[in-house]
Design a binder for this molecule. Structure first.
Ligand SMILES: [Zn+2]
Length: 240
């Protein structure tokens, strides 16, 4: 029953015309990557993983500003906003030319980035085609989750919870890479990432909340429940 219901909600959303952009925001470990991937699959939108887009950009560009960014990434710090804006603009324009929609996973992560991306998208597709989702998870739950998280060596959106059946070194259940604990999830880096989220990402989210309706979802539920809440909220929001 639940499946049929949520499937039909997605089909209604899919029938909407006009290019759309969806931003999915939340702290590290909130499941925003998993949710962004599922939304992109359900709607046939481009899944814009900012960290991967950034890495590809680094691999194909040689200027000093670009080179500096890899060091930031390895330390668990964010890309420099000015550099990232250049990447966001180039890639967003390209993606929107070739796709009917885009789901951002990992953007915006700072206040300047939020202002920039919001203005860029308002100009490209109009405010009414921008959807912003916030996934809320408390700190204690985040710590518990990250301690148990395994990630695929081939695809960073393949994230699994460690269990009796899934251990580091096992093949990825999606059939491509090998699972391991992610360096970025180690406690000392996690604290850095959480502090970066509070100090740099939340001001961006506060800015967006002043400019635009933001859909807030309770992230302390199963993946399916969160998906269902998102599809319901999107449907209501789009229908308005
Ligand atoms: Zn995989």
């Amino acid at each position: 029953m639940v499946k049929i219901c949520s499937f039909s909600k997605w089909s209604i959303i899919k029938k909407m015309t006009g290019k759309k952009a969806i931003m999915v925001l939340g702290p590290p470990g909130s499941g925003k990557g998993t949710q962004a991937k599922l939304i992109a699959e359900k709607l046939d939108f481009f899944h814009f993983i900012t960290s991967s887009i950034g890495k590809d950009y680094i691999a194909s560009h040689d200027d000093p500003e670009t080179k500096k960014q890899m060091e930031n990434y390895k330390k668990g710090l964010l890309y420099d906003p000015s550099w990232l804006m250049r990447v966001l603009k180039e890639k967003t324009e390209e993606v929107l030319r070739n796709n009917k929609g885009i789901v951002y996973d990992g953007s915006p992560r700072t206040l300047p980035e939020a202002k920039f991306l919001y203005k860029l998208l308002s100009n490209l597709i109009g405010k009414k085609n921008i959807l912003i989702i916030e996934i809320n998870v408390g700190d204690e739950e985040l710590k518990k989750r990250l301690a148990k998280r395994l990630i695929c060596s081939k695809n960073s959106s393949h994230v699994f919870i460690r269990s009796e059946k899934l251990k580091p070194g096992d093949p990825c259940p999606e059939g491509d890479g090998v699972l391991s604990e992610r360096d970025l999830d180690k406690p000392e880096l996690f604290e850095t990432r959480l502090a970066e989220y509070r100090n740099r990402t939340l001001p961006g989210l506060d800015f967006l909340k002043k400019m635009h309706p933001v859909i807030t979802i309770n992230g302390e539920q199963t993946i399916e429940e969160v998906q269902n809440d998102i599809s319901e909220a999107l449907q209501t929001f789009i229908a308005v």
